[in-house]
Design a binder for this molecule. Structure first.
Ligand code: SF4
Ligand code: ZN
Length: 282
């Protein structure tokens, strides 16, 4: 098996943070720590970069507790990661916001799609209300390459304008930073393993079998990216650079988000997807 070089991997991630100015003095950055390997790696490098470069900014690990159906180990692991990175850790619990995942799981729409909508909504709203200006996520090259092809095939070209290491904030949407933009999911795993950073395997949620069934084709895409990278080692890097230049051309065409008529949060329609879910469970 090919040996994993943590030095090369670290250089790629730190170069992304530096080159795209993901972190600057005065920032208040929330790192969405899910307990998984990708966000762990993103959190590790943002914290490392801030310390080593003496950047005057705040970093907070942020975790959403979805409900009792998720093992307690998930939150514990995310908390442990924040401890290792030396950053404060904040959580919010869906049940304290009156959101019952049990009820949501019984809606006709796939539970993972509702879960994703809720997480995306809260990952923007809560950090912004707590004074945050940036949200750091563990999205990596493979995610963007797969989204890229799916959007091309679906004719959803304007969405590609969001595929960049730093997506600036607009109105009520805070900026997104993606330090793992040039590295793959497998590399994140190998890095966490090499540094013994604890993380939770993907299958901690009892709904994972539903997700896997829905995502079967998606998985094939990920396998394809991994297999191309094996015979064309620069594939991720070249693809991501191509995607960045394309996204910068498309960025000016991005329409301004509206505000949801119910909650005032950003949306492309009249009512945001989050409010639609809440309406259905009332
Ligand atoms: Fe949410 Fe569980 Fe589905 Fe993941 S598998 S999206 S945690 S419901
Ligand atoms: Zn809304």
């Amino acid at each position: 098996m090919e040996k994993f070089d943590t030095e090369i991997y670290s250089k790629k991630v730190l170069k992304t943070i530096r080159k795209y100015r993901l972190v600057e003095n005065g920032d208040k950055i929330f790192i969405g720590l899910s307990g998984g390997k990708d966000s762990a790696s993103a959190g590790y490098f943002i914290s490392k970069y801030v310390k080593e470069n003496n950047v005057k900014c705040d970093i907070i690990g942020f975790h959403i507790i979805l409900g009792d159906f998720i093992p307690k180990d998930v939150e514990k692991t995310a908390r442990k990661q924040a401890e290792i990175f030396g950053i404060p850790f904040k959580t919010i619990e869906l049940k304290n916001l009156g959101i019952d995942m049990e009820k949501i799981s019984k809606l006709p729409r796939p539970v993972c799609s509702s879960c994703g909508t809720i997480k995306r909504y809260l990952m923007n709203k809560i950090p912004r209300e707590m004074g945050g200006n940036k949200l750091c996520t563990g999205h990596h090259a493979d995610d963007f390459i797969v989204f890229f092809f799916k959007n091309i095939l679906g004719g959803n070209i304007s969405w590609i304008s969001k595929f960049t290491p730093l997506l600036p904030g607009r109105n009520k949407s805070i900026a997104r930073i993606r330090p793992l933009f040039f590295v793959g999911g497998n590399e994140n795993k190998k890095f966490c393993d090499a540094l013994k950073i604890p993380y939770i395997e993907e299958n901690a949620c009892p709904y994972i079998s539903i997700k896997k069934r829905i995502d079967k084709r998606r998985e094939k895409w990920y396998e394809t990216v991994e297999s191309i990278s094996r015979w064309q080692p620069n594939f991720r890097y070249q693809m991501m650079n191509g995607i960045i230049s394309l996204s910068s051309h498309l960025y000016s065409n991005l329409t301004e988000p509206k505000e949801c008529k119910i909650c005032g949060e950003p949306t492309d329609g009249e009512i945001c997807a989050f409010c639609k879910i809440l309406k259905e469970i009332k």
